[in-house]
Design a protein. Sequence first.
Length: 231
Amino acid sequence: MFSLIVPTYNEAANVLPLLEAVHAVLTDQSHEIIIVDDNSPDQTCKIAEEFSKTHPWIRVFRRMNERGLSSAVIRGFELAHGDILGVMDGDLSHDERILPQLLDAIQSGADLAVGSRRIPGGGAIEWPWYRRLTSSMATTLAKVLLDIDLSDPMSGYFILRRDLYEKIKHRLEPQGYKILLEIYCKSRPSKTREIPFVFRNRREGHSKLTGSVMREYFKMLFDLKRHEASF
Ligand SMILES: Nc1nc2c(ncn2[C@@H]2O[C@H](COP(=O)(O)OP(=O)(O)OP(=O)(O)O)[C@@H](O)[C@H]2O)c(=O)[nH]1
Ligand SMILES: [Mg+2]
């Protein structure tokens, strides 16, 4: 079974369209979608819970006293029943139409399959120049510093084998936003695949990307580097 984790914070307008769109492309695949919501004030959780009553492939988990994207993803992995685990944003930015290709990559032997904006066919066409520039600098820095063989290690859209996760989960110290970077650096998967997609800007709701996200990101890069050196 495939377990897709969708972390949400204030995604009331996006959560139902997302669930329906994802379910529609996974018709050939036994799956569950796990919403991990941090008690969003806009009632995202209530909306999803209501919907899940008539849609048994949806599970909703509400965290009352925690915040943070990476730790929400890990909580979802811990709740998951599938032998394949995935992560997708809850704001409709990640094109659900490549999910079958990502799954196919895993089912054909990859340990990790990543939705990439940085290979031909992928992109983030609506991004203003300053977001493009910071994203590309942050990506280059991560690749060089941590020797990463992925075009888009900053992607939040990826699928992996459960056994890869099980092997490293006791070493994860989720912080900030970029859980893929940590999973990659701590597991060093031997077989990866990348599938291009075009990142859509969120239509509804607000970004949680702030200045402190950038600071946390740099701290995380250096923590991972230190970890590599000592491991
Ligand atoms: N559970 C949980 N989910 C979060 C948290 N912060 C962000 N998210 C969700 O994680 C996903 C990515 O967050 P976004 O705010 O979209 O971050 P982004 O994609 O980098 O920025 P924009 O798309 O420009 O808004 C979305 O589904 C958010 O709702 C959090 O603290 N807890
Ligand atoms: Mg987003």
